[in-house]
Design a protein. Structure first.
Length: 94
């Protein structure tokens, strides 16, 4: 395991400590989980943005019409993808 040094704002540090305390995690564990989740989170955001862009550029398409609730940020992984136990641990606490 590697140790890293990260510089963050006072507010980010405080928020991360509070979030970690609420989830019984050390700040180191919070950062470690975030770094492990980063590739999956980036993929979900890319897929969501691509879908949103497609709906914006083709608003008349029947398959692209969504209700107000469907245009909100996703609360579940896009396309009902299955998560590994490692992926689901952190994302369930977000």
């Amino acid at each position: 395991m590697r140790n890293i040094t990260v510089a963050v704002s006072e507010d980010s540090y405080r928020q991360a400590r509070i979030w970690g305390a609420k989830h019984d995690l050390s700040l180191s564990a919070v950062v470690g989980e975030l770094l492990r989740e980063l590739p999956r989170l980036a993929r979900v955001v890319r897929e969501y943005n691509a879908d949103l862009y497609a709906r914006m550029t083709h608003p008349g398409s029947a398959s692209q019409q969504k209700t107000q609730d469907e245009t909100e940020a996703p609360t579940e992984p896009i396309q009902n993808q299955q998560l590994t136990p490692e992926e689901s641990t952190f994302s369930q606490t977000l």
